[in-house]
Design a binder for this molecule. Sequence first.
Ligand code: PLP
Length: 357
Amino acid sequence: MINFTVGPVQSSDAVRAVGAEQVPYFRTPEFSELMLENERLMLRFAKAPEGSRAVFITGSGTASMEAAVMNLLTPSDKVLAINGGSFGHRFVELLELHGIPHTEIRLAPGKALRKEQLEQYAGQGYTALVVNVHETSTGVLYDIRMIADFCRREGLFLIVDAISSFLADDFDMAALGAGAMITGSQKALACPPGVSIITLSPEGVSRAMKAQRKCMYLDLRDALVNGERGQTPFTPAVGILRQINTRLREIEAAGGASSENESVAAIAADFRGKLAGLPFEIVSESLSNAVTPLHPLTASAYDIFTTLKDEYGIWVCPNGGELRDSVFRVGHIGALSTADNDALIAALRDMLRRGLI
Ligand SMILES: *Cc1c(COP(=O)(O)O)cnc(C)c1O
């Protein structure tokens, strides 16, 4: 199998080897040391400002999205939510569920957010903005610098879901002035699913420490206090946190976050360069290195996904909902090589020869 989905993705041999080991007991100085190193490396790779913290939540990315909404926002906030697809919609649902006043900026699938659209909301008492920097469902990468500039000028607390973008696209938390960044273990971190991470700027930490406690398991204050000694309030996904440690060290040894961005970008560019002659259109106005969203001109996207899986042993990422038949996505994150791209292109050319696309 070759896995070109957007998560879970393929892990390196070293990460897989850790997954085969016995899971150790964790209330030990050794595990605390590993967790403190995980926090240090996460903050370094996110380019978080001095005084920032990172917490590790056992739960997929959505758990951290919900923790961010519950712990960093209150009913006295007034939030702008960018909704360009299913992940933007998820933030809107969370704001709704937790009673946080908000305004949704809805974008059509594949469309980027334009500066003029955002400027309409200037000077109207907004206090925070939530955005999925890469709306993975449609493959649109928003202009985070433009959004961050707006937030800085307007004094908005910026929460960035970078779950599928972190380590694939450049991200500089300090330069952006972001208050929180969220990522997950199964995207470019290329570990099994089950852990998500929130990095908090000093302002983010202060919001979390002052938050009214609404949920025991996703209480960020509790996570922050325990994290000071490299521990978590409850039993975390110990095995995955050990795999994350291996992976973070691997990235560090290979040159850090920017060289990881470059390798993902190179795999993406290699794939996009080999698409010529295939009946597909790229359907995003602004691409992340993490994913190429493709609209097939001659066949159903979902049928292409099924044939590749069943007849070629290659997994691309199908879309759900209204895009089911019109878009499939090819991921470039995880342990993939240009030879893997060649195998996918050869399979697609074979399908073309067989009249399937
Ligand atoms: C994958 C992803 C999530 C998290 O989804 P989970 O299934 O909860 O891990 C959230 N936001 C974006 C943009 C994602 O790509």
